[in-house]
Structure formats: structure tokens, C-alpha cells
Design a protein around this ligand. Sequence first.
Ligand code: SF4
Length: 210
Amino acid sequence: MIYSEDDFISISALAHFLYCNRRCALIHIEQIWTENLFTAEGRIMHEHVHQEGYESRGNIYTEHGVPLKSLRLGLIGKADLIEFHLLDKEKRQPYPVEYKRGKPKKDNSDKVQLCAQAICLEEMQYVDIPEGALYYGKNRRRQTVIFDNALREETAKTAERVHVLINSGITPAAVYSQKCDSCSLFEICMPKVINRKQTVEKYLRSMQRP
Ligand code: SF4
């Protein structure tokens, strides 16, 4: 399937969706965003890395804040950093690197986000990108991510599901779990209060009724 640019969704929506589909809907359907300490630290880190520009060190040439899009997955976004590893005078291998504030997650959300960046780059530059890396601020380590078929399939499937969710315009019900405690939308989402399929807007309106 080929998406039109009007239907593009943000690459970051994939990671939000895998973290919690209600969080994805709150941000990308209801346009709600609040910050807590974690997201503020993450935002500052990304703003720093995203400053557009390039540099060259040895056989590696790097570009920051690279615009990305994929017609096939209907995605748009920006890469923190793309390294270009010079293989010979003619050939350079793109290698996406995504910066994360915390530590490696148990779920695949960061890997899917990085893989989506690689798929965009492959489509834009007609290249194959076999791997990239996630850099975690907590342990200051890089984790190599291999873009194998399973991860590519999961990324494409997630993009498809996010398109369906956003097109539906329906915010899924809140289901309280441990991850809610570190979610920046906890106060607005009210996962312990709202347990039916309703938007935050509807809930707030119902609360205002006499
Ligand atoms: S508080 Fe919990 S249910 Fe609500 S958006 Fe965050 S993670 Fe999802």
C-alpha cells in the first residue's frame, strides 16, 4: 500500500503505541501532551542531538536531525543521527542512531522506532540498511539493533495498526498497569478513574455537568 502525504503519521507514534495504545491516541488523536521529568530530560537530549548539521571523523560522516519519510508505511519524522560509514571512495553505508534518555526497555518500542527510521532511509536512498544502534543515556552505552525480517514485520504491522487507530478517532480505554506510574499523561489519562471507552474531553465535559 502507498500512503498519501495527508495520511502520514509520526514515526514516534509507533513507540507510543507499543508503550500504550491509549497514550498513542491521547497524543496523536486528542493532541494532548504534558511533560514530566523523564520526558523533559528526553526532549532536551533530543533537541541537542537534533540540531541539524554534519561532521566528519575518520571513515564516519554524520548528519544530525535528518528528515525522513516512507510512502509505503505512511510515516514521517526525523532521525537523531545518521552515520555514514565510508566503505570505499564511492560507497557509504547509512547507520541510524537513536538517542534515548533512560535504559534499554523490556518491550520492542525503541527497536521498532529505529527500524522505522531505517525503512524510511532505505526507501528514500535506495539502499539496504542491515543494522543501526540505540544509545541509552542512563548507562551511556550503544546497543546494536539488527533489522531482521521479524523486526521489519513488527514495524510494518505496528505502523498499520497505528494508522487504523488514528483513522478511527477513538481513544482506547485506560487499563492501569505499572507503566502508568511513570507515564507523563497519568494525571490527564486517569487510568484508575476512566475505565470505559471515552475521550478525556468527554470525561471532563461530563464532570462539568451540574
Ligand atoms: S497512564 Fe497508563 S493507561 Fe494512561 S496513557 Fe499512560 S500508560 Fe496508558
